[in-house]
Design a protein around this ligand. Sequence first.
Ligand code: COA
Length: 259
Amino acid sequence: MYNTLLTDLQEGTMVITINRPDKLNALNKDVIEELGKAMDEVYNNAEIKTVILTGAGEKAFVAGADISEFTALDAAGGEALARKGQELVFDKIENCPKPVIAAVNGFALGGGCELAMACHFRIASENAKFGQPEVNLGLIPGYGGTQRLTQLIGKGKAMELMMTGDMAGAAEAKELGLVNHVLPLAELLGKAKEICQKIQGKAPIAVTNVIYCVNEAARGESSGFANEIRRFGACFSTEDMREGTGAFLEKRKAIFKGK
Ligand code: COA
């Protein structure tokens, strides 16, 4: 179905694997197009409850945008590339109503680091390396890196990483707050799936509202508190809220329907 992606839907979790291992899964036009389509599938297919994004092979999550496609671009072309990617893929991931977790299995550089950061949170293998090395190419991040890295790790660290182009290993990335868990590579996908199963046991509409509210906070939107109040209220009109509170009081396990 896809040329540059592998997709696998099991137990409500769609694993999307970027599959160009010989080019360290670099994001060329085809990958961006197909990631956009895969995210449309995630939005539209009710059987998909949670998503894991990862890279093929044992070396890279994604080693960046495909640098070989940069040479033909002028200023307008560069701007169009960044805009299209952000709209088609990165924003769609960030705003996805279903949880999207990055399982970072190696290099996450440039667009790869940005892709991981667009996901709702990240776990990484011990060999993972994060960085925004665009300054080495005379560029800046264009897929949201200046914004999301600053949100995630703070201004000073973000400035240093983006000015020096240095990579942060998995342990440092965890210390920075860029990743939540670090595991041996062989255990990475299993852990991601385990987290997905746990989330799938919770009330889906509530989980979606968590995503929307936290995204607003991360973006520093002034409407965050007001929207939290509104969304908190809206949860009271769901069947799942009746089920969750009722199950607690009856000392039984809640069974949520996403209604
Ligand atoms: N765009 C296009 N091709 C890329 C790429 C990218 N971002 N990253 C890696 N590749 C390709 C290499 O050109 C090479 O292709 P080849 O075998 O046809 O020559 C292949 O992937 C393997 O990469 P290689 O550089 O040989 O592996 P390495 O282990 O020596 O180095 C990296 C790994 C990640 C340090 C190195 O590939 C790198 O610096 N990549 C670019 C990172 C970057 O600047 N990303 C930001 C882009 S905006």
